[in-house]
Design a protein around this ligand. Structure first.
Ligand code: G16
Length: 553
């Protein structure tokens, strides 16, 4: 075991954001940067007493480790193993080749009752030597660490002066089986097996096999990221979908140059295939760590908010949810489409701040079964992360159980509940000071916006979203500026918590249209008034110089 002093400039912590520590690869490659963060994490998990003494809570425990295979994944795995061995961890369950999707980490932690797990991913952010890298800790419930823990880790990174790490040689992470690193056992596990067990429990695999036997066609774009091996093993090998159903299926260190964020802009190749005359019946894409999903029908893209609403409405058709749902939750900027379904079904519907961790308490307490976010994330109580392939299997099952296409399912839904027109406008790489000033100014104008009339609409709520966790009473404030109008339309402003370059302003726009004759308008047209209003109240163009968003989805 070696003790290494940290260079004084190494403070790798990050104030708790939406998802752990995310930075450029070049930042992570600085000497002792990753080590600083992981040592701080282990110290906090072991228990740091007031006098600075480190406890032994981790000793004898099992941790799960794996990542999305992006550049730096393999190096980081070896470093973390050496730190774990020197900090008293008894056993590490490591995905073969250092690979585990984010939902799979959650499934392994829960299925094998591990103490916790470390996920290496910058999710939907680009990869490669010039791309991003990330690390986060998931607790024994399988979900992202809560803010108390991430805040403690951050504080520890600021004061740490030494790390302890094993000087044992690197181990072979490619071969299944068990080996030792000093006193610590490393078990290299099949990354898919535990996860597949959970999927078999939830879905009717015989029915899905029958669909493919009868010629159902599908295209899943894994975007050269970690979802590929999972989708291939389950859809092609187990359910009998034809070879080639899953494309871009091999995880590459730079995702083959793709931006693995499954939205119509970044997954344009999938969209192009789904618009062709010979399009398959069903299309879907996943992101870098396979926790996000996009669902596409023939010539028809499903918005993530609608996806959650439809899943809620039809959940009883899926074996894993046939007893019904305990409740549902959505993040605040996600459209209120699911609220209408929940109301009609008599279900509790929770509105949480952005960030999957906020669903954890509700899921653990048995208050909700399904959760979803506008950022292409949906999931359920089967793990404590959003889950891309699970969502794809859910939609596949809905088509199998009803015999209806994606488009016909969504249109029927709109006829019943009305359509929640929805769009998110992202303004990327704004200088942080400009973005902060824009938000500060918006917050100052909130009292004046209350009751203001814009065309035919009146602002009924102008506030900064605050949330009190109904389970543990913890409070989160300043979670996004909301303007809610008398007709239910909403305009929401918040800064992204996952970017690594300057700041990204997200503007979320939504209105409800009950009239089925009006359900075919392009969303940007339908939302034009709200788009103009957003610029008017926030001064986006004037402050950032950007006349249009970088990405509109
Ligand atoms: C992470 C969280 C999500 C959240 C998203 C928000 O996603 O896990 O729950 O919706 O961040 O991102 P932003 O703050 O940029 O709007 P992921 O997939 O990046 O882990």
């Amino acid at each position: 075991m070696a003790i290494q002093n940290l260079p004084t400039h190494v403070f790798s912590g990050q104030r708790p954001g939406t998802s752990g520590l995310r930075k450029k690869v070049t930042v992570f490659m600085q000497p002792m940067y990753l080590e600083n963060f992981v040592q701080a994490l282990f110290d906090v998990l072991n228990g740091v007493a007031a006098d600075g003494q480190i406890g032994t809570a981790l000793h004898g425990q099992t941790l799960v480790l794996g990542g999305d295979g992006r550049f730096h994944n393999r190096t980081a795995v070896q470093t973390i193993l050496k730190l774990a061995a020197a900090n008293g961890v008894q056993r590490v369950l490591l995905g073969q080749g250092g690979i585990l999707s984010t939902p799979a980490v959650s499934a392994v932690i829960r299925g094998r009752q591990a103490f916790g797990g470390i996920v290496l991913s910058a999710s939907h952010n680009p990869g490669g030597p010039d791309g991003d890298f990330g690390i986060k800790y998931n607790a024994s419930n399988g979900g992202p660490a809560n803010e108390t823990l991430t805040e403690a880790v951050y504080a520890r990174t600021q004061t740490l002066t030494q790390v302890v790490l094993s000087d044992a040689p690197d181990i072979d992470i490619n071969t299944l089986g068990t080996c030792q690193m000093e006193q610590m056992q490393v078990e290299v596990i099949d990354p898919v097996a535990d996860y597949a067990v959970v999927m078999r429990r939830l879905f009717d695999f015989d029915m899905l096999r029958g669909m493919f036997k009868r010629g159902f066609t599908m295209r899943v774009d894994a975007m050269n990221a970690v979802g590929g091996p999972y989708a291939k093993a389950i859809l092609e090998d187990e359910l009998g979908a034809p070879a080639g159903t899953v494309v871009n299926a091999t995880p590459l260190e730079d995702f083959g140059g793709l931006h693995p964020d499954p939205n119509p802009v970044n997954a344009e190749d999938l969209i192009a295939h789904m618009m062709r005359a010979d399009a398959p019946d069903f299309g879907a894409a996943m992101d870098g760590d396979a926790d996000r999903n996009m669902v596409v029908g023939r010539n028809f893209v499903v918005s993530p908010s609608d996806s959650l609403a439809l899943m809620t409405a039809h959940a009883r058709l899926i074996p894993g949810y046939k007893e019904g749902l305990l409740g549902v939750a959505r993040s605040m900027p996600t459209s209120a489409a699911v609220d209408r379904v929940a109301k009609a079904m008599g279900l509790d519907c929770f509105e949480t701040p952005t960030g999957w961790k906020f669903f954890g308490n509700l899921l653990d307490a048995g208050r909700v079964t399904l959760c979803g976010e506008e950022s292409y994330g949906t999931g359920s109580s089967h793990v404590r992360e959003k889950d891309g392939l699970w969502a794809i299997l859910f939609w596949l099952s809905l088509q199998g159980a009803t015999g209806r296409s994606v488009e016909s399912l969504v249109r029927e839904h709109w006829r019943t509940y009305g359509r929640n027109y929805y769009s998110r406008h992202d303004y990327e790489a704004i200088p942080t000071s400009v973005a902060d000033a824009l938000m500060a100014n918006l917050r100052e104008t909130l009292p004046a916006l209350q009751g203001q009339v814009f065309g035919s609409r009146i602002v009924t709520v102008a506030d900064d979203f605050a949330y009190t966790d109904p389970v543990d009473g913890s409070a989160s404030v300043k979670q996004g500026v909301r303007l809610i109008f008398d007709d239910g339309a909403r305009v929401i402003f918040r800064l992204s918590g996952t970017g690594t370059e300057g700041a990204t302003l997200r503007v979320y726009l939504e209105l409800h249209e009950p009239d089925a004759a009006q359900h075919d308008r392009p969303a940007q047209d339908k939302l034009a008034d709200l788009i103009a209003l957003a610029d008017q109240v926030a001064g986006i163009h004037a402050r950032t110089g950007m006349a249009a968003p970088s990405v509109a989805t």
